[in-house]
Design a protein. Structure first.
Length: 346
């Protein structure tokens, strides 16, 4: 397949690009190269004849027409999005422009291309979303594909809106769409504003490790390479019009995850041990969802997919990757907002 991947220089997008190229697909990576993007994450495939890069902003509708005409993709995987909840609290307008209007622009460009090429049966528009659209769970229960939407942050509301747009284009225009909603991703190449890289890099620097509230918030942790594998599986074998929830089957409270990282660092960098002495509880995020958990029954039964990496294995691999790849993450610490507490304007 020739796949147009938006946001391919981001964390999840770059993992999908790498796996798609390694599997023999042609990939066109469309990315605006905003603050969280890094083309260094694609160095392993950048010289491949199967890889092409287009710098464009998904808010720029005319750019899409040019790119679709030039590359004529067989499928679209839409990962480009503003994704950091704290940034959405401080500046929600950009999230609406990118995640809602940008998705609309891409849908219209894809629909135009699909119709102009005779509506090929094999074309797919795969929209990648988040479990945060479902809101917050109590101590029991899990999100299914039929869970009502209940977004609680500007970020999750913007993703919920984009999900609805994609389904509407499928129902109204017949565009062959797929939607996936995933749990919290982690792993190598993660931009250093999210919890796990923040913990690793703060601990390495001997600085306080910030934990929101009392650290009891629970997430289902999905290793990013598992997620990329699931996304390509859905793209190739998923039923048109279907939604698939993708989870890691690895629930953990934030504080337990932080202590797991610290224990791994105690082993690998004993000179800084015990690293958990650096844990510092800070004022909670406004509207912080208490718990997310995915029921992955549909993707397991229909497509035969399950995650392969436990959270213990994934954390060990992730910590080692950051220790071995300072040249990748060190320059990112100077980017706007990194290292500062965001999301307090509410």
């Amino acid at each position: 397949m020739k796949i147009l991947i938006t946001g391919g220089a981001g964390f999840i997008g770059s993992a999908v690009v790498r796996q798609a190229v390694e599997a023999g697909h042609e990939v066109v990576n469309l990315d605006a190269l905003t603050y969280a993007a890094n083309l260094e994450s694609l160095s392993s495939v950048a010289e491949s004849p199967l890889y092409a890069f287009e710098q464009a902003d998904i808010r720029d509708r005319p750019a899409f027409d040019r790119i679709f005409a030039a590359h004529r993709p067989d499928a679209v995987m839409h990962l480009a999005a503003e994704s950091h909840v704290d940034r959405s609290i401080d500046g929600p307008a950009l999230f609406i422009e990118t995640n809602v209007t940008g998705t609309f622009n891409l849908l219209e460009a894809a629909r135009t291309h699909w119709q102009a090429t005779g509506k090929p049966d094999g074309f797919r528009f795969h929209h990648i979303s988040t479990d945060e659209v479902y809101g917050s769970l109590g101590p029991t229960g899990k999100f299914t594909e039929n869970t009502p939407y209940d977004p609680r942050s500007p970020y999750s509301a913007s993703k919920a809106a984009s999900d609805h747009l994609v389904r509407a284009w499928g129902e109204t225009y017949g565009l062959p769409v797929l939607v996936t909603n995933c749990s919290n991703n982690y792993g190598p190449f993660h931009f250093p504003e999210k919890l796990i890289p923040v913990v690793i890099l703060r601990a390495l620097a001997g600085e306080p490790i910030p934990v929101y509230g009392d650290g009891s918030n629970v997430r289902d942790w999905l290793f990013v390479e598992d997620h990329a594998d699931a996304l390509l599986t859905v793209l190739q074998r998923g039923e048109v019009g279907r939604t698939y929830n993708i989870g890691g089957e690895n629930e953990a409270a934030n504080i337990d995850l932080v202590r797991m990282i610290c224990a791994e660092l105690d082993t690998l960098r004993p000179e800084g041990a015990p690293h958990d002495r650096l844990i510092t509880f800070v004022t909670d995020r406004p509207g912080h969802d208490q718990r997310y958990a995915i029921d992955p029954t549909r993707i397991r039964k229909e497509l035969g997919w399950r995650p392969s990496v436990t959270v213990e294995e994934g954390i060990a691999r992730t910590v080692r990757w950051y220790l071995d790849n300072e040249a990748w993450w060190r320059p990112l610490l100077d980017r706007e907002g990194v290292g500062r507490r965001l999301g307090t304007k509410a």
